[in-house]
Design a protein around this ligand. Structure first.
Ligand SMILES: [Fe+2]
Length: 393
């Protein structure tokens, strides 16, 4: 029976925690400074500190209204209110091989082998609108697809036409990702289009917008899983954009000190982390942000946590060799990435993406399985354990 489509309405965020948590001290990229060469230089240096030391950084003044962001949260919320059987119709074919677009249900990982408690993380991924991906969504997403496209990036086939009408969209790519690519190039003293050239919207890549729901556990369940919802890990692509999230659960590991700290929600900002592909492309100079999800503090333990994220990735055909010609990388001694150092074949972004996503889909996934958690994803790259939890399997 068809499910009626709700009106969007407004999305109500839960109040922030009153607890005085051990918050990370993160830098902010203020894009209002991006308009001048001096401003861009300053931001490029700020970015370097973030990608070498802090892990996460904030971005503010990115020209996308809070209302548009909140409407995306509303779509996500309505999606998760659908009956499970509706959502299950959108599990992607080839899921076990690492196909990622559509719905991924909860319960893929056993977090506590004794009690059998599993993860409660649901994912809905919406791919790019570049003509390479089908868009068959449940009605709540399908009926708002134009708005989702305008939020992510309008496919460039239409852009030429829209420009003739003087219509400009403020989307995640033009307002946030393109500036970040330029700032990184400036920081490494490379031509400014070095990274934008390998993240072209009209070329195929596995970017996606994600609505992500973490359902709550009881205090007793949280205790059994060591208060750890998702273990420390790094992301696959270039950048992950996380929209403001009031439920305190995200933690980052400082690259210098190794300390885990909470990432504080800050009004009118988004939180960004750098990921594996950027690290490969810069010979390991840009560090992949190490992060995890813990159970929220007591005053937020009773709520579900809804996330809105965008995962940016290089084009699928990009081979992930270290970029050449950066005086910074040469001077600092970052000439080769892990594949090049070991004399291994350097994967394309597509090969890297599906190798890691397939590993993430390993059927019998039990926390504490060292063989799985330290598996070699491709020759030259082995996963690591970043947490000090001890679980007997
Ligand atoms: Fe992540």
């Amino acid at each position: 029976m068809p499910v009626p489509i709700p009106q969007l309405g407004s999305y109500n965020f839960v109040p922030e925690t009153k607890e005085n948590l051990d918050w990370a001290d993160l830098t902010t990229i203020d894009l209002s400074l991006y308009g001048t060469p001096e401003g861009r230089q300053q931001l490029a240096q700020t970015l370097l500190k973030a990608v070498r030391e802090d892990g996460f950084f904030y971005v503010k003044n990115f020209n996308i209204s809070e209302e548009r962001v909140n409407r995306q949260y509303s779509i996500g919320q309505h999606f998760y209110e659908l009956p499970l059987e509706e959502k299950l119709k959108h599990v992607p074919e080839g899921w076990a091989e690492g196909k990622f677009n559509g719905y991924v249900p909860a319960g893929r990982r056993v977090l506590d082998p004794v009690s059998g408690i599993r993860d409660r993380v649901e994912i809905y991924n919406i791919p790019k609108f570049d003509g390479f991906f089908e868009h068959n969504h449940p009605a709540i997403v399908q009926d708002n697809l134009d708005e989702i496209e305008e939020f992510s990036k309008v496919a460039c086939l239409c852009i030429g036409f829209l420009e003739t009408l003087n219509v400009q969209y403020q989307d995640l790519h033009s307002e946030i990702l393109d500036p970040l690519h330029v700032l990184l190039a400036i920081a490494l003293e490379l031509p400014e289009d070095t990274f934008t050239n390998i993240h072209k919207y009209e070329r195929k890549s596995e970017d996606h917008l994600r609505y992500m729901k973490y359902s709550k556990y009881t205090p007793e369940e949280n205790r059994k899983i060591g208060n750890l919802w998702i273990v420390g890990h790094t992301d696959i692509g270039s950048w992950t954009l996380l929209f403001r999230q009031p439920v305190a659960a995200l933690q980052v590991q400082n690259h210098k000190t190794g300390e885990w700290k909470y990432v504080k929600p800050v009004d009118a900002t988004l939180t960004v982390n750098t990921c594996n592909a950027l690290s490969f492309l810069t010979g390991g100079y840009v560090l992949s942000t190490i992060h995890r999800l813990t159970s929220p503090p007591k005053d937020q333990e009773h709520v579900d946590r809804l996330g809105l994220l965008y995962f940016s990735r290089p084009n699928n055909d990009v081979r992930l060799n270290t970029v050449k010609g950066s005086p910074v990388l040469e001077c600092e001694g970052f000439a080769q990435n892990v594949f090049e150092e070991g004399g291994h074949p350097v994967p394309t972004m597509e090969q890297w993406t599906f190798a890691k996503q397939k590993w993430q889909r390993t059927p019998k996934n039990i926390r504490g399985d060292l063989e799985l958690e330290t598996a070699e994803i491709l020759p030259g790259f082995r996963e690591k354990i970043y947490d000090d939890y001890k679980v007997a399997v």
